[in-house]
Ligand binder design. Structure first.
Ligand SMILES: CC(=O)Nc1ccn([C@@H]2O[C@H](CO)[C@@H](O)[C@H]2O)c(=O)n1
Length: 102
């Protein structure tokens, strides 16, 4: 089974389905539509759900939209700032759209 991690501050949003995408660089985007992922926190490695990948699409930082931000349950300025912090100096990303499995 494939695995993915998230910062633990996003656990509640993911479980409540307020966060339905994650934006990753190429090294973390080795998934495709249909894949089922075991999901745990980055910090403690605590498992918290399974999710199914609905789609993987490419995006450049400058082309992020308010829709991406809404799917992250944040504002666009906040999302763009966050991605700069997580991935300094990178411009090319993958939007992984997922569905929580229950
Ligand atoms: C190894 C590892 O866990 N890395 C990451 C990387 C990103 N993210 C979140 O995805 C969205 C777009 O980047 C934002 O919500 C990020 O905070 C995350 O939770 N964990």
């Amino acid at each position: 089974m494939q695995k993915i991690t998230f910062f633990k501050r996003f656990v509640n949003d993911i479980l409540a389905e307020r966060k339905t995408i994650t934006i990753r660089d190429a090294s973390e985007a080795n998934v495709q539509a249909g894949d089922i992922l075991e999901v745990s926190t980055l910090e403690e490695g605590l498992w918290f759900c399974r999710m199914q990948v609905l789609s993987v699409t490419q995006v450049n930082w400058a082309d992020l939209t308010p829709l991406h931000a809404a799917q992250e349950n944040m504002g666009l300025v906040e999302l763009k700032q966050l991605i700069k912090e997580i991935y300094p100096g990178q411009d090319h990303f993958y939007v992984i759209h997922f569905e929580l499995l229950k």
